[in-house]
Design a protein around this ligand. Structure first.
Ligand SMILES: Cc1cc2nc3c(=O)[nH]c(=O)nc-3n(C[C@H](O)[C@H](O)[C@H](O)COP(=O)(O)OP(=O)(O)OC[C@H]3O[C@@H](n4cnc5c(N)ncnc54)[C@H](O)[C@@H]3O)c2cc1C
Length: 438
C-alpha cells in the first residue's frame, strides 16, 4: 500500500493550495480528486465558443488578504488580475453606484431620504456596538430594521443579505456587513474609523482573474513542486479508516501520516463510517449549504458597458450581473459579450421553475438582451460549503482527531469564496505548525 506524509482529499482551490504550500515546504503530498478535472467550483470551460466560469467570480482582498500571502510565499506563476471596478445597484429601473460610505448614502436617491437617514443612524449604532465589543453574531439584519421603511428599502436590504450570505435578511447576521479585518487593521484611533465610515470607498482591492477563474488553478498547478506533489484525478475516496490511517478509494488503497479533507465537512461522518465523536458529528450536521443558479448569456453585441458589476434588486430572484468579457475579451468570440447572472434561490426551490423565472426576469428588466442572445448556459452549483447565517455553524480546520484536518469554505467564516478558502489554508498551516506536524 502506497504511503504519503500527507493525503489531501479534494482538488478544488482549498485542496490544491494546501498541497502547494506543503509541497513547497518539503513534504510529500498526494491529492485525490474524484472528478476527472481539478478546480472544484473554481473552474472554467468552453460552451459554444465562450469560456464560462463555474459562476461569476470576483476575488476579494487581493491587496493584503490571505490569497496574496499564499501567492507571495508559494506561487511561481502569478495569476493576472484585473480590477473589478464598481458595484452598481439597479433599483426601480434606475442605476447608482453602491453606497459604501455616508457621503454616498446622502446621494443614493434610489431609496427615500427618510429611509436613508434611518439606515445611516442604524449603521452608526451598529459600528458603535461592534467597537464596544458587543456580540452581533446572533442579531439579524431584520432585527435592526424599524417599521415604516419603504418596500424599495426592504427589497434592497433583503437583496444585499442574499448577496452576502445566500439567505434572507431574517437569517443574515448584521455582523456579516462589518469588515472586521478592516476594523482590526485600523489602529489609528476613532477619528480614522469615523473617516472610513464617512468617506472611504469600499471593495477597492477586488479583481477578476484574466483567463477566467481557471487561471488561478492553472497558476497553482504550475507552481507545484512535481517531485513532492502527486495528483490523481478520477479517484474518489470512499472510506477513511483513521484508526489505521488508511484510505480506500476507487483508485486503490493508501496510507498516510496526516489527512487533510477538503470535501463537504458534513460528509465526513459517512466517509469515516461514523467513527467520530458524537458531539462533533452533531456540530457537522448543522452546516448549511446553499445553491446558486448561474445563467450565462453570450450576446451578439456589447450591451453592458459599465466598469464593474451590477446588483439587480429589481430582478426576481435577485441577481448579480458580471460582464466577464469586459475584463478579458478572449472569453467571448470577437465583438460579442459574455455575461454571468448569479441568482439567489429561495428555500425549497424547483430548478426548472427557477431557470424559467430567472431568464424571464432578465428579459423584463432589459428587453434589449433577448434580441441579442447568442448562447444560454445554466449552472446549478454550491458556492460555499457553509453559509454564515444566524443559526448555522462552521466546522474548524482542527478536528477532535489527531492528524485529521479540514480545509475549505465550511471551516472558516471570514470573507467569501476563494478568499475564505485561502484563510482556511493559512489556518491549516498555522495549526500544523502548532501541532509540530510541520
Ligand atoms: C455561482 C458561484 C459564484 C461564486 N462567486 C465567487 C466570487 O465572486 N468570489 C469568490 O472568491 N468565490 C466565488 N465562488 C466560490 C468559490 O469558487 C468557492 O468557494 C471555492 O472555489 C471553494 O473551494 P474549495 O476547494 O473549498 O471547495 P470545492 O471547489 O468544492 O472543492 C472540493 C473538491 O473536493 C472534491 N471531493 C469531494 N469529496 C471527495 C471525495 N470523497 N474524494 C475525492 N474528491 C472529493 C470535489 O470534487 C471538489 O473538487 C463562487 C462559486 C459559485 C458556485
Amino acid at each position: 500500500m502506497e504511503k504519503k506524509d500527507f493525503i489531501v482529499i479534494g482538488g478544488g482551490v482549498s485542496g490544491l493550495l494546501s498541497a502547494l504550500a506543503l509541497g513547497k515546504e518539503g513534504h510529500d503530498v498526494l491529492v485525490l480528486e474524484k472528478e476527472e478535472h481539478l478546480g472544484g467550483v473554481c473552474r472554467s470551460y468552453r460552451v459554444e465558443g465562450y469560456q464560462v466560469d463555474t459562476g461569476p467570480h470576483i476575488i476579494t482582498r487581493v491587496a493584503q488578504g490571505p490569497l496574496k500571502h499564499l501567492i507571495d510565499n508559494y506561487f511561481d506563476i502569478i495569476p493576472n488580475f484585473t480590477p473589478h471596478g464598481r458595484y452598481y445597484v439597479v433599483l426601480n429601473n434606475r442605476v447608482k453606484p453602491f453606497p459604501w460610505n455616508m457621503r454616498d448614502w446622502v446621494s443614493f436617491d434610489l431609496l427615500p431620504q427618510t429611509d436613508r437617514m434611518y439606515l445611516m443612524k442604524t449603521l452608526f449604532s451598529i459600528s458603535y456596538l461592534f467597537n464596544k465589543g458587543e456580540d452581533l453574531s446572533k442579531k439579524s439584519v431584520a432585527d435592526f430594521i424599524g417599521n415604516g421603511l419603504s418596500q424599495s428599502t426592504i427589497r434592497f436590504l433583503n437583496c444585499m443579505s442574499y448577496f452576502m450570505t445566500g439567505a434572507p435578511m431574517e437569517k443574515t447576521p448584521v455582523e456579516r456587513f462589518i469588515d472586521s479585518e478592516h476594523y482590526k487593521s485600523q489602529s489609528r484611533g476613532v477619528l480614522d474609523k469615523i473617516y472610513n465610515i464617512l468617506m472611504k470607498e469600499g471593495a477597492q482591492d477586488q479583481v477578476y482573474p484574466k483567463g477566467g477563474v481557471q487561471s488561478i488553478i492553472t497558476s497553482i498547478i504550475s507552481s507545484l513542486p512535481k517531485k513532492r506533489v502527486e495528483i490523481k484525478t478520477g479517484d474518489e475516496v470512499l472510506r477513511i479508516n483513521h484508526a489505521e490511517k488508511t484510505i480506500e478509494s476507487t483508485g486503490g488503497e493508501y496510507r498516510y501520516n496526516t489527512l487533510i479533507y477538503s470535501g463537504f465537512a458534513s460528509d465526513l461522518p459517512k466517509l469515516t463510517e461514523n467513527n467520530l465523536p458524537e458531539n462533533y458529528k452533531h456540530s457537522l450536521s448543522r452546516l448549511n449549504r446553499i445553491n446558486a443558479l448561474t445563467l450565462w448569456l453570450g450576446l451578439n453585441e456589447k450591451i453592458f458597458n459599465r466598469e464593474g458589476s451590477e446588483i439587480w434588486v429589481d430582478s426576481n430572484p435577485y441577481t448579480w450581473v458580471v460582464p466577464v468579457s469586459n475584463y478579458d475579451p478572449n472569453l467571448s468570440p470577437k465583438g460579442k459579450q459574455l455575461v454571468g447572472f448569479a441568482f439567489s434561490l429561495p428555500h425549497g426551490f424547483n430548478e426548472n421553475k427557477e431557470r424559467k423565472r430567472s431568464l424571464k426576469s432578465i428579459y423584463e428588466i432589459n428587453p434589449k438582451i433577448e434580441e441579442k442572445v447568442d448562447m444560454i448556459h445554466y449552472q446549478m452549483l454550491i458556492p460555499e460549503k457553509a453559509v454564515w447565517t444566524i443559526d448555522t455553524l462552521f466546522a474548524d480546520v482542527k478536528t477532535p482527531m489527531d492528524s485529521l484536518y479540514l480545509v475549505g469554505t465550511d471551516t472558516e467564516g471570514r470573507s467569501m469564496g476563494v478568499t475564505r478558502a485561502s484563510y482556511s489554508v493559512k489556518k491549516l498551516l498555522s495549526n500544523l505548525r502548532e501541532d509540530k506536524v510541520i
